[in-house]
Design a protein around this ligand. Structure first.
Ligand code: ZN
Length: 241
């Protein structure tokens, strides 16, 4: 057996996968060839190092990817390449393994609005001004905000105004107008907007429905657990008031 032949079979030899005859030939060559014997010791050391790396439980898809890479890696012949690839594969494995543990992406606008809605219901801070009279609620905001939100009572359409409060949503001081539909609360958040958008954007987050639109230099967001058809009717009534 030549050095080149042994080099080709070295991985299989280390893994004990050579047929008996080839295994014996490799052993004979290694007994008489110092450089191949040195390469064998390096390969055995690498194998032990790889086996000593802690095992992380990974999702099946990731495991398949790593197994594929590992099998490609086994086909590499030269120790240096194998060592370099091992570093790459292990780095990739670690990255992929820990991906699911990273925190969820930062909450978006709809998420923040739903959080504001839920907070208002849980913290007993739904109303700072309790009144069904728009002419009481609108002036109440003066001096508390640097803008004046439009306030409309929609009792005639079945959505009575019950009051309002100043709230803080996604880092912005907002007016919150509170409407009621049977036992459901509708928070309408209002704040100045630098951009105008056409139409009404609809989102649902954790069972709450969010409708967002702009008008008159302000953005409006209606948030409620009310069914979507009635919330849409409310938004239409509010926008056309
Ligand atoms: Zn040799």
């Amino acid at each position: 057996m030549t050095c080149a032949c042994l080099d080709r079979d070295l991985d299989a030899y280390v893994d004990g996968e050579l047929p008996a005859e080839a295994d014996a030939a490799a052993r004979t060559h290694l007994d008489g060839c110092a450089s191949c014997a040195a390469r064998l010791r390096q390969r055995q050391a690498l194998k032990r190092a790889l086996q000593a790396i802690p095992y992380f439980e990974t999702p099946p898809g990731v495991r398949a990817t790593i197994a594929l890479r590992a099998s490609r890696m086994r086909s590499l012949r030269r120790l240096g390449l194998i060592a370099a690839a091992a570093v790459v594969v292990l780095a990739a494995a670690r990255t992929v393994t820990f991906l699911p543990l990273r925190p969820a992406p930062a909450s978006d606008a709809a998420q923040a609005l739903v959080d504001g809605h839920v907070r208002s219901l849980m913290a007993d801070h739904l109303l700072d001004v309790r009144s069904t009279d728009q002419h009481t609620v609108k002036p109440w905001f003066i001096g508390k905000l640097d803008f004046s939100p439009p306030v409309t009572d929609l009792a005639g359409q079945g959505y009575p105004l019950v009051g309002g409060r100043v709230d803080y949503v996604a880092g912005q001081l907002v007016a919150a107008l509170v409407y009621q539909r049977r036992q459901h609360v509708i928070n309408v958040f209002v704040a100045p907007s630098g951009t105008a958008t056409a139409g009404v954007a609809a989102r649902s987050v954790r069972g709450f429905h969010v409708r967002r639109w702009t008008a008159g230099g302000m953005w409006f967001s209606a948030v409620s657990d009310l069914n979507e058809a009635e919330l849409d009717a409310f938004v239409s009534a509010l926008r056309s008031s």
